[in-house]
Unconditional design. Structure first.
Length: 632
């Protein structure tokens, strides 16, 4: 029994144990221990990441004569370690005071822990897939585990969001299943090598259809345009720390599949050679522009949000665009930036979501128009959010700056100025909206009803601070994780990035975050000395002990405004926003509503259901006959 077998078995045992003990309080303390055990196993497996090797599981099963196999390479390990750390942070956060709070609010805490371990187990099965069939099975497990977590919040909005996600997920699954049929017909197998064989064995139109089906199936899970409408609402409505976990890593399973199947198996050269319009554009350009638009549109939708969780959830959609955009440059720097951004985003997104959950725990609301001034009451939570938004905005010295810098540089070096401008526009929108988040939550005037608010309990602060340390350390010394990135690049056929402890090495110049961070801290230190030691004397007063404009300010005078946060900007872009974003969103909503109505009518009537079952049975018969012919 190798380490991969132990990882899968321990994951299964954890699922059984947490499910069996879901109604017992001891499960609150035992659940994080399971994730610690899984983390330890992955640490022991780290040779896969550093040495670019593969571990093949000794566990085998058969379904309808098809053998299921699992294996772990550096790509699998990279996504798995992010998954289990995000799950560990979420489990620790929810295991103490938050568990009591959630039960008092009528929530089913035991089932939330079951949903979390179900997601982790499903993701491990997906990440360890060694052929298309095991990938599809893992894909479906991940989809339904996510759905299970989404519906645990007992509100109509949460259930509507979960149903919308289920419709998208089924659509993606059908696209992936159709692609598998094409591959099996042309390649005669579900093995990964059959993807390359099938791609070479079909016409140009068949190649286009195959790539479109695969990309659509994976893009829906990732929330790329135009399949982004489900993600933000579904994640925002997921209960507490569950939203932090899903927002950190769940949708990145789509990116994993894109890298594995489209980049590695279909091949970089094949994508570049799929040209359209008098050879003026190819499939690589099309996917890159989809990624670029994904960085912009959801980001500016986030700017309009008044709920902290929805604002962060929309940013999760936009940040996926940076990941794919860097990878689609097909070079060492851009692809390294895209892959690193997966880890970076998971760390600061989980920290930010948990901070918002902590604020809700203390104040009872995530409405940005009903918060403010909490920095004096929750200083550590403010620090976590500050570190998180610096990372999300892509500013030094946090890790988000490193990965975005690599993506920017790759775009310029590869002669893509328009894509560069698109990426910068996305970053501009991010900076504006994350300032709104921290301003409306922690800065300005403290509301009277929040005067007794205190810092979050240490059971909640510990994972928040731990994630913040990851955000800073991987920004200050990105070379600590660069061996993982380089190994993943080599495993999928990309050039490996050259790196140092402080960042990236080039023949001429480079990026050294140790120097960048040192200069920043030196500048802040000098500024602090000048301000505090050489500046004028000041006196701290209560926020209501103020005299301004000839009037004393009392508690009923609001001087901290949060509604209509960027009126000047929205006045300038309002026409464009309504004519582009609103129109685009309206069209997509209409299409989705129409498809939903068709599905609803189909399942409510008898004849179409009979036809659907007949088609499925006929398809299974054809697959079985083809398989029997191959075996004979």
């Amino acid at each position: 029994m190798n380490l991969l077998d132990k990882l899968l078995i321990v994951s299964g045992l954890a699922f059984i144990a947490i499910t069996a003990l879901r109604n017992y309080r001891i499960n609150d303390k035992l659940s994080p221990l399971w994730y610690l055990a899984l983390t330890a196993i992955l640490v022991l497996m780290s040779g896969v990441a550093y040495e670019n090797t593969t571990i093949v599981s000794g566990l085998h099963y058969q379904i309808l004569g098809f053998k299921l196999n699992w294996q772990f390479d550096s790509l699998s390990w990279f996504f798995a370690i992010i998954t289990v750390v995000a799950a560990l942070a979420s489990s620790i956060f929810m295991s103490g005071d938050w568990a009591r709070y959630y039960r008092e609010k009528g929530g089913n805490y035991g089932m939330l822990q079951v949903a979390l371990i179900a997601n982790v187990l499903s993701m491990f099965l997906l990440l360890a897939s060694s052929d298309l069939l095991t990938l599809f099975i893992g894909w479906e497990f991940v989809s339904w585990a996510s759905f299970f977590m989404m519906i645990l919040r007992p509100t109509s909005e949460a259930k509507k969001a979960a149903v919308k996600y289920a419709i998208y997920a089924m659509t993606g699954a059908m696209a992936l299943l159709a692609a598998m049929v094409v591959i099996y017909t042309a390649g005669g197998s579900f093995e990964f090598k059959a993807v390359s064989i099938a791609f070479q064995g079909v016409s140009f139109l068949g190649q286009v259809i195959l790539v479109v089906l695969l990309f659509a199936g994976f893009a829906i899970k990732m929330g790329l345009l135009p399949f982004h409408l489900w993600q933000a609402i579904a994640y925002a409505e997921t209960p507490g720390p569950g939203a932090a976990f899903l927002g950190a890593i769940s949708s990145r399973m789509g990116l994993f599949a894109i890298v594995l199947v489209i980049i590695k198996l279909v091949g970089l050269s094949n994508l570049a050679e799929m040209k359209f319009g008098a050879n003026s554009i190819n499939m690589q350009n099309i996917i890159a522009w989809i990624a670029a638009l994904t960085t912009i549109i959801p980001t500016y939708i986030a700017l309009q949000q008044h709920d902290a969780k929805r604002l962060l959830a929309w940013h999760g959609v936009g940040q996926g665009g940076y990941m794919l955009l860097g990878i689609m440059m097909f070079d060492s720097i851009g692809s390294a930036g895209g892959l690193m951004h997966v880890l970076n985003h998971a760390s600061y997104q989980a920290a930010l979501f948990l901070t918002v959950v902590a604020v809700v725990y203390r104040t009872g609301t995530s409405d940005l128009n009903r918060l403010g001034g909490l920095v004096t009451q929750m200083p550590l939570s403010f620090l976590v959010m500050l570190i998180g938004i610096i990372g999300l905005a892509g500013l030094p010295p946090m890790n988000g700056f490193v990965s975005k810098w690599m993506v920017y540089r790759s775009l310029l070096v590869n002669g893509q100025p328009l894509l560069f401008v698109a990426a910068v526009l996305g970053t501009l929108g991010t900076i504006l909206s994350v300032y709104k988040l921290i301003h409306n939550t922690f800065l300005g005037q403290l509301r009277m009803e929040h005067r007794e608010v205190r810092e979050a309990p240490w059971s909640m602060m510990a994972p928040m601070l731990g994630l913040s340390v990851i955000v800073f350390i991987t920004g200050f010394m990105p070379g600590l994780i660069m061996p993982w990135i380089a190994s993943v690049q080599e495993s999928v056929g990309l050039l490996a990035v050259e790196y140092t402890l402080g960042g990236i090495a080039f023949a001429k110049g480079g990026l050294d975050m140790i120097w960048v961070s040192g200069i920043l801290f030196y500048g802040f230190g000098v500024g602090a000395v000048i301000f505090y030691l050489l500046g004028g004397k000041s006196k701290r007063v209560h926020q209501f002990d103020n005299y301004a404009g000839g009037h004393f300010l009392s508690s009923d005078v609001r001087y901290h405004y949060s509604n209509n946060f960027y009126p000047g900007l929205m006045h300038l872009i309002g026409t464009w926003y309504r004519g582009s974003f609103k129109w685009f969103e309206g069209v997509l909503v209409s299409i989705v509503s129409f498809i939903s109505a068709l599905f609803e009518n189909m399942y409510r009537s008898r004849q179409p259901v009979i036809l659907l079952v007949a088609v499925v049975l006929a398809g299974l018969y054809v697959v079985y006959k083809n398989y029997a012919g191959v075996v004979s």
